[in-house]
Structures are given as structure tokens and as C-alpha cells.
Design a protein around this ligand. Sequence first.
Ligand SMILES: [Zn+2]
Length: 149
Amino acid sequence: MFPLPDPMRLALDAARQAGQAGEVPVGAVVMRQGEVIATGANAPRRLHDPTAHAEIQAIRAAAARLGRDRLEDCDLWVTLEPCAMCAGAIAHARIARLYYAASDPKGGAVEHGPRFFAQPTCHHRPDIYSGMGEGEAAGLLRDFFTARR
Ligand SMILES: [Zn+2]
């Protein structure tokens, strides 16, 4: 096994932090030209905000930091296959590349369910790479849900 790229390591760290805060452990990082622009941790319970998924948190913070709504020169790294809401946000933000670790047959919208980026009504499709860090990301989720039972 070769080491994971740093952005996925950071996303996994953010996922771990979310889990420690009692949230479903999902983390995301926005990168631009090798630089970390923003990180996001899943936080809907803590923030009383159903839209506070890791991807949304990271995209909002990155857009605020760069002072614009389009992130066409940025990549998003996330530990879980994005849901329909986050896939929509990724398209609106014009994210260049999407990297996600674990796939999500129940809530994912990239390779499952609505397959958002494959729809004719989707006006921006990032390059998509999946599977890096899959074992670790899925392990965090499994441990989290096992502990809750
Ligand atoms: Zn989402």
C-alpha cells in the first residue's frame, strides 16, 4: 500500500474530528495549486443546520476566503461519496476535480441514486476520482455507527 495523498489525510482528520463531536464522521478539504484553502467537518447536529455537510462547509469557507463564488481552479477532497445536495453545490461551485474515498450506496449521488453529474441538467461535471482512502473512511463510519448501537 502506498501512502495516501496529504489532502485525503487532512479530510480523514476532519472526519475523525466530526466523529469525536458526535457527528457522522465525514470530512472535506478544498485545495488550490497544492495549497489547502479550507477544510470542512460534518456538523449538522452541532450547528442545527441540515445543510452543514463537510463538503458544504469546505466550499463555503473556500469561497469566502477567495472572495468569489466560483472555485473552478480548486479541487475537493471528501471522505464519502457526496449526496445530492453536495453534488449540486460542487457543480454550482465549478469544482475542477472531485476526489472521494468511500462510496455510499445509501445516500451517495455520484455513482448511486440520482447520479447527479451524469444528468443532462447538470451544467458542470468535475473530473471524478474515487477509492483513495476508502478503507480508512469506511472504517471511521463503521466504528461510529457500531458505537451508537
Ligand atoms: Zn452532502
